[in-house]
Design a protein around this ligand. Structure first.
Ligand SMILES: CC(C)(COP(=O)(O)OP(=O)(O)OC[C@H]1O[C@@H](n2cnc3c(N)ncnc32)[C@H](O)[C@@H]1OP(=O)(O)O)[C@@H](O)C(=O)NCCC(=O)NCCS
Length: 212
């Protein structure tokens, strides 16, 4: 599949929100809020505009990835600015054709060129270990509570810079979206039926799972 990867522009905003909604709808819970997160992220100071990319196929946007600043905090309280990404979305009918991988690979290289030492995300290991991500625990990175969530994954772009000490991961506050606001935002989209998918149970188990 011959896709073009380019920066998102303002005229793409609605199309990207629609595609995000399609990708996440009913995946983690009935409905979704990731399209609202996308909408909020673009105006947030932690948003990394250069890494806001779309994958285009025959003039149609089929995928998108967005990054924000995040931080690793050492035991002395010193912050190292790193990156986090998400949402990462591919239109359901274009999934499993390499689009998601192309967006991750492209931005990994771009982040490395920007001198970023590490990318930490919350995601499904099935999607990201193939791109070199490891459990935070394997890189001595915990969440702010000192715990190691199953879904907290880290990619060291500069292993030397991380080695030898424990870190805590702090994500951008843009991720703390208000559910009622997201619900209100969704009313601006075409009606779509909320329902159950077994992926919701997989997600529910995953977010309560921690490494010892
Ligand atoms: C997760 C997501 C972004 C992955 O995007 P994608 O474009 O489907 O990913 P890829 O096609 O690169 O890889 C998916 C699988 O397709 C396979 N694949 C890639 N190109 C292929 C091709 N041409 N033919 C057949 N299979 C192919 C990959 O090997 C991979 O298989 P694996 O998971 O068994 O290793 C996408 O499925 C999505 O938007 N999901 C809903 C939202 C979501 O979950 N986002 C991530 C939050 S953690």
């Amino acid at each position: 599949m011959n896709i073009e990867i380019r920066n998102e522009t303002e005229k793409d905003f609605r199309e990207v929100e629609e595609l995000t909604r399609e990708a996440f709808w009913n995946l983690y819970f009935p409905g979704c809020n990731e399209h609202y997160l996308v909408h909020q992220m673009r105006n947030h100071p932690d948003f990394i505009k250069e890494l806001d990319l779309v994958a285009e196929y025959n003039g149609k946007i089929v995928g998108n990835i967005m990054y924000t600043k995040a931080w690793l905090i050492d035991e002395a309280g010193q912050e190292l600015e790193i990156l986090s990404f998400g949402p990462l979305s591919v239109l359901p009918e274009y999934q499993r054709r390499g689009v998601g991988s192309a967006l991750v690979d492209h931005t990994k290289i771009a982040a490395q060129k920007m001198g970023i030492k590490c990318i930490v995300i919350y995601g499904d290991p099935n999607n990201y270990c193939k791109h070199g991500f490891k459990s935070g625990k394997d890189l001595n990175i915990s969440d702010m509570n000192g715990e190691y969530p199953h879904a907290m994954l880290a990619l060291a772009l500069d292993e030397q810079a991380l080695a030898g000490q424990p870190w805590k991961f702090k994500y951008s506050d843009v991720c703390n979206i208000n559910d009622a606001d997201a619900e209100e935002f969704d009313k601006g989209f075409s009606p779509k039926e909320k329902g159950y998918k077994y992926s919701q149970d997989i997600f529910s188990i995953a977010i309560r799972s921690y490494l010892k």
